[in-house]
Design a protein around this ligand. Structure first.
Ligand code: ATP
Length: 903
């Protein structure tokens, strides 16, 4: 049997790419080491189609609609409709059915909204790939890859298509998604025999697997469905459903409530029939009324919509929520541990200071514009010899870099690491043309930068032999050097002089990079760590400025006001970290390095971690320990990260935050939130939105439950006292399913309350409803009961018309709801303000809509027939308004008392 993909790509089904040499693969795919041209790539894309796996077919809308009927509540209502019809109340039965359908429509729309939010998020997280096109590195959508493309990978990248490796340095790949093997597999470029099984093809990297170590480049041999993972029929999961611990808890609560209410209804039914001897049919209708009155039918849908809208709002503010529970956790974050480079600072690097033995240079210019003078602080004597050393240093730094500088849209852009880009810019300022001046020293091998090693090195060859250039953290490189290049040639390393320069640059907040070299044998083909153990010659130091983000300074201040500590965790030098921390107003008098706390046990580390704000020269494993230490003393920790090694710390943190721009795929997948702009300010926004969503969920619950409570009390009272029901079951359904849902929807759009970021974080174990809010729900239930029952009794006394009394009662309940909406916009702060009534467009629209609905309910003949309503006169409406206003004022008075007690 042929698979569909085999039929689509017959020629490539049989190709054993792993058994071909690199040359053969390149020839077979009509490709080139420098990549395809843009036109050729576009042509191939038209032939092969996008590099995407087929998606799980979304559920058919009809199925989705039908699934809305699968819930306990609906079964209860359907049973009620059947029995109601059986005892001859056909209209009631029809209305119950209509309500069931409305409920399904609301659920259907809400689900669509939620899926839309999640779909948008997935689109924002679409994978990218670094390719060579026309010899230039460029980032493209992974979906645009075609066979023949050359893809460049580094640790943390997900392999974006099936690749035959062209180059692999210390590469390990996690192939679990494809083979199930959980240990990473080492890769190289040597071909393997044709019969080799998939899991042992060490010269291939397959779509969907993860590069956990090293750097590699590979030729795309298959894309999309033609890849190995595509062939096994792997489908991309469809969008997840919106659910979080709180939503699940509320769903369970709704279920529990449903069963309790059914039990209570059954008991009341039994009591009425057996003790009081009521008519079975009448009582059944009353009990159905009780059940529908007490069950908060709209609550789950409203909560889900509120969550979905919160997620959308966060995405607008550049925080993409991958994992929904984060929305809730964000509101209770007490500590944010942030990277420095790119998150607190702009990651727009400029070399400002250069030191070669005995001389310091100041570099002018800003950003990536490759223009600016380099001034010698020492004046004229011997200037030329010092400049020659400077050029040697700068050329060494460029040789040991991968970034490229490109002119784009009137400005200059760096492809690759911004810090390396700054080195290329410096080269231009020093009169070096990297493409021309580095060409005589082709690169033979690379030891890539790793945070644990804190340096990188490259091996080059020229006419006089081999040479290794290394660049990295000065403490590391100074420890490996015993000589230094100086204007006269070479001399012994003057370590004290270099340390002074390092401290000077770091105290300015500059990130300091050292560059060194050593000569090697001409036939050397590979660098290993052993080549970098000693015997290097220091070329010089580079001081690189990376200005703080202004908006991040403000965001750190806001976090502090919100009771959240912000800690900087950086791989940079302590003095650099301190200088930057001071700009952010952090406690920078004590800076601790990763090495300092390696030996501390957990309690000691926890104590230190709470006190100290700045951690320098940290490695990813230090981040993990810090998270654990902070959590051990009850902190709720958000931690940022970008590298593959940050993944454990991101997973362990209460909220893992990955960088969307410079973060690796591995970090993004481990994180709960991805920042689209890598900016600290977006974390602060996400916290604010998280607090707002939680607050809005709380408001929606506090708003919805009293309506149910009030109506249930009215019905129970009437049954127990043997009186006519002040509201019929149909009228109750109208209130719960139409007016309450419409009004409660306003809370999904409620903006943050003014003081949201001026309060301490919520305790994570605090229940969503405090005793105070439960009291509020009880109070308002009683007030609504009083309003409705009072008007009902008054009207019944006046003229004895049951329908008129009921019409009054229902309108009183809805009027109370409408005003209570404004009470609830602030749970404790006063609502008797102009802003409360006009500040939220959704609230105003919802109330206007409900007013129209009530007019229709009261005056429109068809609705009058169904709901047994009658027209009301002006005096009636005044009574209704007065009752609702009284309830509003009583709730405001209660808030005032609560505020006074809190103060
Ligand atoms: P932060 O945590 O603030 O974001 P970082 O994670 O960028 O800092 P690292 O990337 O771990 O810090 O860098 C630590 C040190 O390693 C730097 O101070 C620098 O000296 C050196 N370094 C960084 N990038 C490179 C590179 N591409 N080549 C050589 N050395 C580097």
């Amino acid at each position: 049997m042929t698979t569909p993909s085999a039929a689509k790509f017959p020629d490539r089904e049989s190709r054993a790419w792993h058994a071909m040499s690199v040359h053969e693969v390149i020839a077979a795919l009509d490709a080139h080491h420098n990549g395809l041209s843009a036109e050729e790539a576009a042509r191939r894309l038209r032939i092969h189609g996008p590099n995407r796996l087929p998606e799980m077919p979304p559920r058919h809308p009809v199925i989705r609609f039908l699934l809305q009927f699968h819930s306990v509540l609906i079964y209860v209502l359907l049973a009620a409709a059947v029995v109601t019809a059986a005892i001859g109340h056909v209209v009631d039965s029809a209305v119950i059915l209509a309500v069931v359908v409305i409920n399904a429509i609301v659920g259907f729309v809400q689900e669509g909204r939620a899926e839309q939010a999640m779909g948008a998020i997935r689109a924002m997280l679409a994978p990218k790939a670094l390719v060579l096109r026309d010899g230039h590195r460029m980032t493209v959508d992974a979906a645009d890859l075609v066979p023949g493309d050359v893809v460049v990978l580094e640790a943390g990248d997900r392999v974006p298509a099936d690749l035959r490796l062209l180059h692999a340095k210390s590469v390990e790949v996690d192939e679990a998604p494809l083979t199930g093997e959980s240990l990473p597999v080492a890769k190289s470029t040597a071909e393997v025999p044709p019969e080799t099984l998939l899991a042992d093809r060490t010269d291939m990297a397959y779509f969907g697997t993860l590069l956990t170590r090293g750097t590699a480049s590979g030729l795309v041999v298959a894309t999309g469905e033609a890849t190995e993972i595509g062939r096994i029929g792997h489908l991309v999961g469809s969008v997840g459903r919106i659910t979080t611990p709180l939503l699940r808890q509320m769903n369970r609560f709704a279920h529990w409530l449903t069963f309790t209410i059914l039990a209570v209804s059954a008991a009341i039914f039994a009591f009425g029939v057996l003790v009081r001897g009521y008519d079975v049919g009448e009582l059944f209708l009353a009990v159905v009324g009780l059940a529908v009155a007490a069950i908060p039918e709209g609550l789950p849908a409203i909560l889900t919509i509120t969550m979905a809208i919160g997620v959308e709002r966060m995405a607008h503010r550049n925080a993409i929520v991958r994992h929904l529970p984060a929305v809730e956790t964000l509101g209770s974050v007490t500590v944010i541990c942030s990277d420095k480079t790119g998150t607190l600072t702009r990651n727009e690097m400029t070399v400002e200071t250069v030191a070669v033995a005995g001389t310091v240079f100041d570099v002018e210019g800003s950003g990536y514009l490759p223009e600016g003078d380099i001034r010698d602080r020492d004046g004229a004597a011997g200037a030329e010899a010092r400049r020659a050393r400077l050029r040697e240093l700068v050329r060494g730094a460029c040789l040991c870099s991968d970034a490229q500088l490109r002119q784009a849209g009137g400005g200059w852009r760096v492809e690759g690491d911004p810090m390396e880009g700054a080195l290329v810019v410096l080269a231009h300022k020093a009169g070096i043309e990297p493409a021309r001046d580095c060409a005589p020293l082709p690169r033979i091998d690379t030891l890539p930068f790793e945070t644990t090693r804190r340096m990188m090195a490259t091996l080059h060859r020229d006419d006089s032999g081999g040479v290794i250039y290394a660049k990295g953290a000065p403490e590391v490189l100074l420890g490996l050097c015993d000589r230094q290049a100086d204007p006269a040639g070479e001399s012994d390393l003057d370590i004290a002089w270099w340390h002074d320069r390092l401290e000077e640059m770091a105290a300015e907040g500059q990130r300091v990079l050292a560059v060194a070299f050593r000569r090697t044998a001409p036939d050397k083909a590979e660098i290993t760590d052993a080549d970098l153990e000693a015997g290097l010659t220091m070329l010089g130091l580079l001081g690189i400025a990376d200005p703080p983000r202004e908006e991040a300074i403000e965001a750190v201040r806001r976090c502090r006001a919100a009771g959240i500590r912000v800690k900087m965790i950086t791989g940079d030098h302590g003095a650099t970290a301190r200088a930057i921390a001071v700009r952010f107003g952090m406690a920078a008098d004590r800076v601790v390095t990763g090495r300092d706390f390696e030996t501390l046990d957990l309690p000691a580390l926890a104590r230190m971690a709470r006190e100290v704000d700045v951690f320098a020269r940290t490695a990813p494993e230090h981040k993990l320990r810090l998270v654990e230490a902070l959590q051990s003393c009850g902190e709720v920790v958000a931690m940022t990260g970008d590298g593959v090694n940050d993944a454990p710390a991101l997973k362990r943190a209460d909220v893992g935050v990955a960088m969307g721009i410079k973060g690796s795929e591995a970090a993004r997948e481990a994180a709960q939130i991805v920042l689209a702009d890598d900016n600290f300010a977006s974390i602060a926004h996400a916290v604010e939105e998280g607090r707002t969503v939680y607050q809005n969920l709380k408001k929606a619950i506090v708003f919805i439950l009293p309506t149910n409570g009030g109506q249930a009390l009215i019905v129970i009272g009437a049954i127990l006292l043997g009186l006519a029901l002040p509201v019929t079951p149909l009228q109750i359904l109208w209130v719960n399913m139409v007016t309450t849902v419409t009004l409660a929807l306003a809370f999904a759009f409620e903006p943050a309350e003014p003081g949201t970021m001026a309060r301490p974080p919520r305790r994570p174990d605090a229940p969503i409803l405090s005793p105070f809010l439960i009291w509020r729900i009880v109070l308002v239930s009683l007030l609504m009961t009083a309003a409705a029952a009072g008007l009902f009794a008054m009207a019944a006394d006046e003229d004895g018309s049951l329908d008129r009394a009921r019409t009054l009662a229902v309108n009183a309940i809805v009027a109370c709801e409408a005003l209570y909406l404004f009470n609830t916009r602030q749970l404790v702060a006063p609502s008797l303000t102009w802003r409360t009534f006009t500040g939220s467009v959704p609230a105003v629209v919802a109330v206007a809509l409900v007013a129209l609905l009530q007019i229709a309910f009261t005056y429109l003949p068809p609705l009058q027939t169904v709901f047994a309503t009658v027209p009301l006169d002006i005096a009636d409406w005044l009574w209704i308004g007065a009752a609702a206003a009284a309830m509003f004022l009583i709730v405001e008075a209660e808030k005032a008392v609560a505020r006074r007690r809190r103060a």
